[in-house]
Design a protein around this ligand. Structure first.
Ligand code: ITT
Length: 199
């Protein structure tokens, strides 16, 4: 039987990142009742997998098992061409325990300068996983391509948004209105695939 998500279903948003949680709620668009992992006291699992898809499934399954409810998780990150795809799945970890993204963006710039390359192209990836407490799960992946700018610009969004200009645009994700980012982001691309699979 195909897996389907009926409107009005309660979903646990298995993230502890407030910026990401806001975007997930915007994408889910009043279609579902959302409970946050934080409000259910679900701890953050260790992200032990080596891919976005693997870590998204791990987070969704963990939250589904602990809550007994259907859970949705996102694993995402910034990949820089001249850095062979780094920081990639380590995007959150590059900000250190204090989650200092000014530091993480400075590290990206310093590493780029070290390479001597003038290639500033990069892409964001989002893997979105939905897991049912009794076992099945679905995962999809979306990307958005762009170029990095230094210094960063804008205070909207979160994480690496100030340094990322999506292809075909002039504003960084940090300068765009949230709705503009939500219409084209890696998370939105993944979400379209999830809709096709589950709604
Ligand atoms: P959860 O695991 O609790 O969801 P997290 O922040 O640890 O929170 P990830 O492991 O998926 O999440 O790390 C993704 C990091 O990549 C995130 O902390 C951001 O710094 C960055 N990132 C992902 N999507 C982004 C976006 O849309 N804009 C800017 N940075 C983003």
């Amino acid at each position: 039987m195909p897996l389907l998500l009926a409107p009005g279903t309660t979903l646990v948003a298995a993230t502890h990142n407030p910026g990401k949680a806001k975007e997930l709620v915007a994408l889910l668009d009043g279609r579902f009742e959302i409970l946050s992992a934080g409000s259910l006291d679900i701890p953050e699992p260790d992200e032990t997998e080596s891919t976005f898809v693997g870590n998204a499934l791990l987070k969704a399954r963990h939250a589904a098992e602990l809550s007994g409810r259907i859970a949705i998780a996102d694993d995402s990150g910034l990949s820089v061409t001249a850095l062979d795809g780094a920081p990639g799945i380590f995007s959150a970890r590059w900000a250190g325990p204090s989650k200092d993204f000014a530091e993480a963006m400075a590290k990206v710039e310093a590493r780029l300068i070290e390479t001597g390359s003038d290639d500033r192209s990069a892409w964001f990836t989002s893997a979105l996983a939905v897991a049912w407490p009794d076992g099945p799960s679905v995962v999809v992946e979306g990307i958005v391509r762009g170029d990095l700018v230094f210094p960063g610009r804008g205070v909207n969004g979160f994480g690496y948004d100030p340094i990322f200009v999506p292809t075909g645009h002039d504003l960084t994700f940090g300068e765009m209105e949230p709705a503009a980012k939500d219409a084209m982001s890696h998370r939105a691309v993944a979400f379209e695939k999830l809709k096709a699979a589950l709604f």
